[in-house]
Design a protein around this ligand. Structure first.
Ligand code: ADP
Length: 443
């Protein structure tokens, strides 16, 4: 500032001196020169200010006007401030983008509503939950897009300290999808709606309840029988022969409970333990021979007077194979399939067990029987726990309803695939396909 004033006076002084000398030492001309230079100075200053103002209005911060002195300092300062602001803006935009991508990645739906309850923003999950198209439906009223009285009521509530469950828009009656919604208020009348697809959680809860009910039912029946016999033996006079008969029946029931508990333990171990390693190898022939022995003795026990024809055929190339995984689990899966065939095929029927090389290094373990067969509608549900086609037939032959559930788990844990085909009145075919990664030649 001082320098500016100094320069101004220096200019006037030197101008006045020049005019004074040109005018032959005339003070009048010196005054005219003084005035003239002051006017020129002020016009020039005005011109520079006008340029600065125009530059500021254009906000063309990439092209610096050629201004020096104080105004040049102002220009540099403005450019520096502008760059700083730009950097802050870029960082804010980046933060906002990061924040939005984090919300996008959320497994929950997030929907922002304004004071009128129209949609301001939502993530992909919320869009798919509510069937919203973000381009088309932005700023539409949510209640107009999702016509559910429960949701409309919920959105209007003043105190929202609870969740609400609605049917997802567009979900089919045969496969209903359920959404759990929670509303939060923020800002001035704005709302944040969180949505969660709870279909699987509810299904799991139903399955858990069914499972507990099934186990209780399975255990209650033999327990009732047992306690009935105990009371009879305790309080009623019975002959030795009757006592023996009762004790045999009691042994049968306790045996049934034991089988059930064993199967339950096997299932829970299968669900809770790590996948069997690929470094434990068992010869296919060892599993094969044990299955054969078990099948033949079970068949003899069940049909002593009308024997079944049981044939075991194994391809030569499969004889030499070893299989990777848990020996006990594999044996349990194979013998479950074979024992089912024996149990469900009447005396005199035929059972064929095969192990075939199906190419590309894979093999298939197949159990075919000439039993009653299974109607097509039951086949997809056979591997559900406690699912039985014929309850009494299953119980009579010592079934727990868990055998095929065990087989399915074992198959999954060994990258194998269980396939079931059957024809009512003709028989059934159960096949376990083991992939080449789990097989090698016995060394
Ligand atoms: P279970 O212990 O009752 O045999 P599984 O899970 O092994 O239980 O089998 C489920 C149901 O599948 C059985 O109850 C039976 O109705 C049917 N099933 C299984 N194997 C056969 C078969 N070989 N022939 C006919 N039905 C079968």
């Amino acid at each position: 500032m001082f320098w500016q004033v100094f320069k101004f006076f220096l200019l006037l002084l030197s101008g006045a001196t020049v005019f004074y000398q040109l005018g032959g030492n005339s003070y009048a001309l010196a005054c005219v020169g003084l005035l003239l230079l002051a006017v020129c100075w002020s016009i020039f200053e005005q011109y520079k200010r006008a340029r600065l103002l125009r530059w500021l209005q254009r906000a063309d911060f990439d092209n610096r006007p050629t201004l020096v002195g104080d105004l040049g300092v102002v220009v540099d300062k403005v450019i520096r401030l502008h760059r700083q602001q730009e950097k802050i803006n870029d960082q804010s935009v980046q933060r906002l983008e990061d924040f939005l991508s984090a919300i996008q990645a959320s497994p929950n739906g997030v929907l922002l509503l304004d004071e009128q309850l129209s949609i301001e923003w939502c993530n992909q999950t919320a869009a798919s939950h509510f069937g919203i198209d973000m381009q088309r439906d932005l700023y539409q009223l949510l209640a107009n897009l999702v016509r559910d009285p429960l949701l409309s009521q919920y959105l209007k509530e003043e105190r929202v300290d609870h969740e609400v469950v609605i049917l997802a828009p567009g979900s089919k009656p045969e496969t209903p999808r359920k959404l759990s919604l929670q509303l939060f208020r923020y800002g001035e009348g704005r709302r944040l709606l969180l949505s969660r697809d709870i279909t699987q959680i509810e299904l799991a809860e139903v399955m858990r309840r069914d499972f507990v009910a099934n186990v209780s039912h399975e255990i209650r029946t033999p327990l009732t029988v047992l306690s009935g016999f105990i009371e009879t033996l305790l309080f009623l006079p019975v002959s030795d022969e009757e006592r023996r008969g009762y004790l045999e029946l009691m042994a049968q029931q306790s045996n049934r409970m034991q089988i059930l508990v064993n199967d339950l333990l096997t299932l829970s171990k299968l669900e809770g333990s790590p996948v069997p390693s690929k470094s434990e190898w068992t010869q296919v022939m060892v599993l094969w021979q044990q299955c054969e022995q078990e099948a033949k003795s079970l068949s003899q026990l069940l049909y002593p007077d009308n024997p079944q024809t049981i044939t075991f055929n194994i391809d030569d190339s499969v004889r030499e194979l070893e299989i990777a995984g848990s020996r006990n689990e594999l044996l349990s899966a194979m013998s479950n399939l074979v024992s089912n065939a024996v149990r469900y095929t009447p005396g005199g029927g035929a059972i064929l067990v095969k192990s075939e090389d199906i190419g590309s290094g894979a093999m298939e373990f197949i159990v075919e029987d000439s039993g009653p067969g299974i109607a097509p509608e039951h086949i997809p549900r056979l591997t559900e726990r406690f699912y039985r086609v014929d309850r009494s037939r299953s119980r009579e032959s010592g079934g727990t309803g868990l055998g095929l559930a065990i087989v399915k788990h074992v198959a999954q844990r060994h990258d194998a695939k269980l396939s079931i085909t059957s024809k009512l009145g003709k028989g059934s075919r159960f096949a376990l396909k083991v992939p080449s990664e789990r097989l090698r030649k016995y060394q």
